[in-house]
Design a protein around this ligand. Structure first.
Ligand code: SF4
Ligand code: SF4
Length: 332
């Protein structure tokens, strides 16, 4: 049975970009080097910053990402130190190349999930988006992780370039031994924000006819599926995670965002400097979270408003939900 995962007030979710370096050049890469450089944070600084976000009275979940986080030579040390600090779960988001022998340096007790990114059920489609050789490296990486006893999840960033292969994913997921499947909406930021790229996003009809039915089917095959809610009816309650939850998206240059849609701009509301978190001057993302508009998410309207349609009377036909609002279908 599908359920909406509401924002938790007793959890802190830390999305830590420990490096913005990457071995790939995906067509839709969301990292904007003009904003976030090509930096790797030393392990000692990562640990220092991790301590700033972990509180004893809340569950702290850590997602280590990049760039490609396995390019960080001290990733294993970072994972072990995060556990000692008190992070209750640790996930590694990877493109599958698994550098520095990471699978031999950590244990399934230390890492809750290795989360792999694959954007096609076939080599042709995935590699057109992510680069030659990626499909083979990623599927091989998943097999190695599963063989060593790690839990593997898979993220499929759906766009008009790969929607046609979403229906072929169930078989591949079960062949690979993946236990969780995340369907993600392509964000119009980073490399996806170039001229003409706004046609990458699915229409509401494309989304609703394909994604929720397929998620149900995959869940029935024994894999938990999560996907964003995206579209709300005009009379449905809209909530911004920036007002009600604790999500922090940390970059090696010290910027800390609470909304991932803002990452293409210097709109971060927090900054880490000299080992301390401070608020940034106005105007920043936090000034926009409380704005009440009929289109739902304000930042969506500003940076990727092509996903909203308007009725003949000029009113939006639907609201766009917070990008962090998810539907989850447990494995059936
Ligand atoms: S999307 Fe991820 S794997 Fe691809 S280039 Fe960007 S950081 Fe690297
Ligand atoms: S996506 Fe929109 S609703 Fe969600 S945190 Fe960002 S501004 Fe708020």
């Amino acid at each position: 049975m599908k359920k909406t995962v509401s924002f938790s007030k007793n959890a802190v979710n830390v999305f830590f970009h420990i490096t913005t370096r990457c071995n790939l050049k995906c067509a839709h890469c969301y990292i904007n080097p003009d904003q976030h450089g090509n930096l790797t944070l030393p392990a000692a600084t990562v640990t220092e910053w991790l301590e700033l976000f972990c509180a004893p009275d809340k569950t702290a979940n850590l997602i280590l990402l990049g760039g490609e986080p396995t390019l960080h030579k001290d990733l294993a040390r970072i994972i072990k130190e995060a556990r000692q600090i008190g992070y209750g779960s640790v996930t590694i988001d990877t493109n599958g190349y698994l550098f520095n022998g990471i699978l031999d340096q950590v244990t399934p007790q230390e890492v809750d999930y290795f989360s792999f990114s694959l954007d096609g059920a076939t080599e042709a489609t995935n590699d057109r988006i992510r680069g030659a050789g990626c499909y083979a490296a990623c599927t091989q990486g998943i097999k190695q992780a599963v063989k060593k006893g790690f839990a593997a999840s898979l993220i499929y960033t759906v766009s008009r370039q790969n929607l046609h292969e979403l229906a072929d994913m169930p078989q591949l997921l079960s062949e690979l031994g993946v236990s969780r499947f995340f369907i993600q909406v392509i964000g119009i930021r980073g490399r996806s924000a170039g001229p003409g790229k706004d046609t990458l996003q699915l229409t509401r009809r494309q989304w609703e006819e394909n994604v929720p039915p397929l998620a149900e089917k995959i869940a029935k095959s024994g894999i938990t599926v999560t996907y964003p809610r995206v579209f709300l009816e005009p009379d449905e309650v809209f909530e911004c995670a920036g007002n009600t939850a604790e999500n922090y998206f940390i970059f090696p240059n010290g910027r800390v965002y609470q909304c991932p849609l803002c990452e293409d701009h210097a709109l971060h509301s927090l900054r880490i400097e000299d080992g301390r978190i401070s608020n940034t001057p106005k105007i920043n993302e936090a000034d926009l979270f409380s704005l009440d508009i009929p289109q739902g998410c304000v930042i969506n309207k500003l940076v990727q408003g092509g996903n909203i349609s308007y009725n003949a009377n000029g009113k939006p036909a639907w609201k766009i939900a917070c990008c962090l609002l998810k539907e989850e279908i447990p494995a059936g």
